[in-house]
Design a protein around this ligand. Structure first.
Ligand code: MIC
Ligand code: SF4
Length: 642
């Protein structure tokens, strides 16, 4: 008899190309679809180009432009042109700047239940909302997948998040994922996949499911997934894509490694307080707090359902005088619908600033709040300084809480005067005119010319790992260092395609001298080493947080723990991801210390264990590596291994 399978097992077993989940440390899975966005895409495609493959080998690859949309100077526009020309040549669908945010668009127009999606953005798991196994990764992993290669993950542990009951009016999906974050936090979830099950699933529409899987990224899990059921079918049919539907639900008696029950009817409005998405409190506990800014949108909460709900709260009313409100919709489809049903006029009349349908404020690329402001935002990350204003206090909330608070300029409970639920549209208006090269998808246009402006610099390649290393601790950082600390975005984002230029800003928020120190050590023939605490590399998929350090001569990280995507990026760029065998040894290293890694190459070839000598004595470190990872590190990274 066939063993009962959960949704994760069903999809992964149908895509397994390497490894045995019962005994191997790593599984290789076939990738059906890829997505990139512009800020990570240029590097991904430069790397893909160097793989010398004539066209993409996936079922579908889409290149979105949504991050660097503000064109001050030539850099971003140059990147867009480069991306468009690459898409034409290699058979990639190109989503023009202005079309919308990659995750919202992909869900609307391309995501398919039961398939795998790999995206160079950590919020790719949004696709889990329609039953895709959708995973975020570094750009070079996307390049490999586009070239037909497998993607590697450790055999996942699957936790069932059992949903019961129904949400109360004024409470929504954002509150549910914040509840899950309250329980599991932002660290310690590496290697897990969260699968949503139970009778409550049927009460959530697809946009709500996608909000939950989107922000699962903040847990640090590999991905999150919902079953594909009648609700999914209705959504796909309304998008004119019922042929893409496949029913994927867990078998009766399917097993999970763990479970957590959420009674939806008991969920209260929640918020994440500064400066971590895991710092979850109830809205009630902050009721009355004066607010200076409210930002609504981002890939977490920019669907028609979300923005229409905001319009219903604001109908016939005006936002408070002391508060500025900005709204960025997820896609042109969303804007079209809001225009047709009068919501756009309501929002304008209410005094909201309607922004471009792009990432914008979420990544500190628009509407940074004033000094010391309290900003309520519906996006997914509130790391210190990410808004572009270091002193800002950013709280993450649902669209309902944001709207209710906009009216008074204070934190308000959205459950006090809730609005009616927005019904799932029977038919979404479809306009795919800003998706280019659909006709040549998978085929490409032979001889198409690649356009390369001066902002596009070649990708640096790593060098093989030396036998021994003499190094220096170039920086010592604490716990929960995010990729926004390592490689800031916002104003620096326009240098994404130019590594020597972008590398000047590595660790800018922690130590602006990091770049110069690294260069000085490099000149002295010393390898640079980063020492960190727990959960190093939280947050984004940006491989620049490994690529730029590699460029600065960083050869090893020693941390108490390292998050999944960042760890994979370190390996891809030839930086050894060591962990302290005894976390207390963290205290024995200081910035500037000379560190000796005698026999590092042999250690990587062997069991990954090594004794490091420092001024306060020797301590032991360990990197648990698969054979594939060992090979990449010995070569100096993935590109150097080709
Ligand atoms: C983010 O939300 O931090 C980003 C910007 O979308 C990143 C990708 C990037 O750094 O370009 C992500 O989430 O992976
Ligand atoms: Fe864009 Fe923000 Fe989503 Fe990242 S989290 S993809 S910056 S909207």
């Amino acid at each position: 008899m066939k063993t009962a399978q959960n949704v994760v097992q069903k999809i992964l077993s149908a895509h397994l190309v390497e490894g045995d989940p019962a005994k191997d440390p790593e599984l290789g899975i076939r990738i059906d679809q890829t997505l990139t966005q512009d800020a990570t895409g240029t590097m991904a495609y430069l790397q893909f180009e160097s793989m010398d493959v004539p066209r993409v080998k996936t079922d579908l690859s889409v290149s979105y432009v949504d991050h660097n949309t503000v064109q001050i100077g030539f850099e971003n526009a140059d990147d867009h042109d480069f991306l468009q020309s690459i898409a034409k040549k290699y058979g990639i669908v190109y989503s023009k700047c202005g079309n919308g945010i990659c995750h919202q668009l992909h869900l609307e127009r391309f995501g398919k239940p039961g398939t795998t999606l790999l995206g160079s953005d950590s919020h790719t798991p949004t696709g889990g909302g329609i039953g895709q196994i959708a995973i975020g990764a570094g750009g070079i992993d996307i390049a490999v997948a586009m070239a037909g290669g497998a993607f590697h993950i450790p055999p996942p542990k699957v936790r069932a998040i059992v949903l019961k009951g129904k949400l109360r009016k004024g409470v929504s999906a954002k509150d549910v994922i914040l509840k899950v974050l309250e329980k599991y936090g932002t660290k310690g979830n590496v290697g897990w996949i969260f699968e949503y099950t139970g009778p409550g699933v049927a009460t959530l529409d697809v946009p709500s499911r996608a909000t939950i899987t989107n922000m699962g990224a903040e847990l640090g899990v590999t991905t999150s997934v919902f079953p594909s059921d009648a609700v999914t079918k209705q959504f796909l049919a309304a998008q004119g894509r019922v042929k893409d539907f496949a029913k994927i639900v867990a078998d009766k008696g399917a097993k999970y490694d763990d479970e957590f029950v959420v009674d939806l009817s008991k969920v209260e409005p929640m918020m994440a307080a500064p400066h971590s998405p895991g710092n979850v409190v109830t809205v009630k506990s902050r009721k009355g707090l004066k607010v200076n800014q409210i930002m609504i949108g981002s890939c977490t909460n920019s669907s028609y359902r979300d923005i229409r709900t905001v319009a219903l709260y604001l109908k016939g009313r005006h936002v408070a005088d002391d508060v500025e409100v900005g709204i960025a919709c997820g896609s042109r489809q969303v804007i079209n619908m809001l225009a047709k049903d009068g919501s756009l006029a309501i929002l304008h009349a209410a005094g909201c600033r309607m922004l471009e349908n792009a990432c914008g404020f979420c990544i500190g690329a628009h509407m940074s709040p004033r000094t010391g402001a309290v900003s309520l935002r519906t996006n997914n990350r509130n790391f210190e300084g990410r808004s572009g204003t270091k002193s800002a206090q950013v709280y993450l909330v649902s669209p309902e809480t944001a709207a209710a608070s906009a009216l008074t300029g204070k934190v308000e409970l959205p459950t006090k005067n809730p609005v009616a639920a927005v019904p799932s549209p029977k038919k979404f208006p479809i306009d795919d005119s800003m998706f280019l090269y659909r006709a040549t998808s998978g085929k490409g246009v032979k001889g198409a010319e690649i356009v390369r402006g001066p902002n596009i610099a070649p990708v640096p390649k790593g060098v093989p790992l030396a036998k021994d290393l003499k190094g220096a601790c170039a920086i010592k950082v604490g716990d929960k260092i995010t990729t926004d600390h390592i490689m800031p975005a916002g104003a620096r984002l326009k240098f994404r395609s130019n590594i020597p230029q972008y590398a000047k800003f590595v660790f800018e928020p922690c130590d602006p001298k990091f770049h110069d120190n690294c260069m000085a050590n490099k000149e002295k023939g010393l390898a640079n080493v980063i020492v960190a605490g727990e959960s190093y590399g939280q947050g984004s998929s940006r491989e620049h947080a490994a690529l730029c350090p590699m460029y600065l001569g960083v050869k090893a990280v020693i941390a108490k723990s390292i998050e999944r995507i960042h760890r994979a990026n370190l390996v891809n760029f030839g930086i050894v991801p060591f962990l302290f065998e005894n976390p207390k040894d963290y205290d024995r290293v200081a910035a500037g210390d000379r560190l000796e890694f005698k026999g590092i190459r042999a250690a990587v070839e062997g069991d990954g264990c090594l004794e490091v000598k420092g001024p306060k004595g020797a301590f032991r470190v360990k990197a648990s590596l698969s054979d594939r990872e060992r090979h990449l590190l010995l070569c100096g990274g993935l590109l150097a291994s080709l």
